[in-house]
Design a protein around this ligand. Structure first.
Ligand code: MG
Ligand code: MG
Length: 255
């Protein structure tokens, strides 16, 4: 079932989105050579605690995962694409870090992701990050009343193709509201005009995940969570929770 939100409910979701945005910014600022992924997780927990919010990631146990997720942030470094488990490994200069974070406040969920370089990045990494961010922006721009889910996927995938980047197979965005993952699925590929029509009050997460070598296959780490590019290429991930409104798309997880 697709859940449509009233303007008041969208404002409540924006409050959650602000917690998510603040946490991502706090974790980005903490990121430096020698800092562990567990320390980033701790910075995320601090923001949740101060806001009186909880984590939809902590203890999340979908049927495909071998164990509940142990942290509040997915921290995916270099060739890890998404779902990286925050562990004791330390960041190094030049690492490409993707952080995916969620919060629940007053029963409403928010979900957002950013990618960045620790210290100096290579031109290749910066291009990958820029293109993935552009794909998110293109997907959001397509999220207008009268368009369809297919228009969003088409817009995202066009940026991957133009930059000859891999577009992670079988993964994408999702409806979000009272739960983190709801209908509809929001694929990162699609055909113009196809799929669910977008209507005012629809709230979705859009989240391109691109891989530098142009391929889209992946493997799982032994932790059963971390998704890694099969051939070792680096990956980037950006995500926002947005609302489709009569006045256009509204980003709920931007500061
Ligand atoms: Mg996310
Ligand atoms: Mg998501």
């Amino acid at each position: 079932m697709i859940e449509l939100k009233t303007p008041g409910e969208i404002e409540a979701m924006r409050a959650t989105g602000q917690v998510v945005a603040r946490a991502l910014e706090a974790m980005r600022q903490v990121s430096a050579p020698g800092v562990s992924l567990l320390e980033l997780d701790e910075a995320g927990r601090d923001v949740l605690r101060e806001a009186g919010a909880t984590s939809p990631f902590l203890g999340y146990h979908p049927n495909w995962a071998p164990s509940p997720f142990p942290g509040v942030v997915c921290a995916s470094v270099n060739d890890a694409i998404v779902h990286g488990v925050p562990n004791a490994s330390q960041l190094r200069d030049g690492d490409l870090v993707s952080l995916d974070f969620g919060a629940v406040l007053d029963g409403w969920c928010g979900d957002s992701a950013i990618s960045f370089i620790v210290g100096e990045g290579s031109a290749t990494d910066l291009t990958l990050i820029d293109a993935t961010r552009q794909a998110l922006e293109a997907g959001i721009a397509a999220a207008t009343v009268g368009n369809t889910i297919g228009d969003i996927g088409h817009a995202v995938d066009a940026v991957a193709r133009k930059n000859r980047l891999g577009n992670l197979a079988d993964h994408g965005g999702h409806g979000i509201g009272r739960e983190m993952h709801m209908e509809p699925f929001v694929p990162n590929q699609g055909r113009r005009g196809k799929g669910l029509p977008l209507t005012a009050g629809l709230t979705i997460a859009i989240e391109p995940m691109f891989i530098a070598d142009g391929r889209s296959d992946y493997t799982y780490d032994d932790d059963g969570w971390t998704i890694r590019s099969t051939h070792g290429a680096r990956a980037a991930h950006f995500e926002h929770t947005i609302a489709v409104t009569e006045d256009g798309p509204v980003i709920l997880t931007a500061l």
